[in-house]
Design a protein around this ligand. Sequence first.
Ligand SMILES: [Zn+2]
Length: 102
Amino acid sequence: MFRWSEETFNHAKKLYKQGVRTSVIAEKIGTTKNSVLGKMHRNNLTKKSSKNRRNTRHSQSTHYEKHGEAKCWLCNKTYITYSRFDRFCSPCKSRDFYRATT
Ligand SMILES: [Zn+2]
């Protein structure tokens, strides 16, 4: 029966942080992949904790800061839009013409 010693744990931890797959680590230290995964998880070493995953997804879905590029309807220049309702670049937005039409 495999037992985790500080030595094997440190060894596994090092490999794990280097991005070595858990199945490979398991083979090297003589245990199972699940054992390695469990050990890493219990010591908060797993890269994708549910908390991190949620944060990543959240930041990726926040498109309002930079929506994308679009062509201005007035001057035809490419500019960064901040929402899909954006139709004009900032210089055009400040123009009297734009103000007059809204
Ligand atoms: Zn413009």
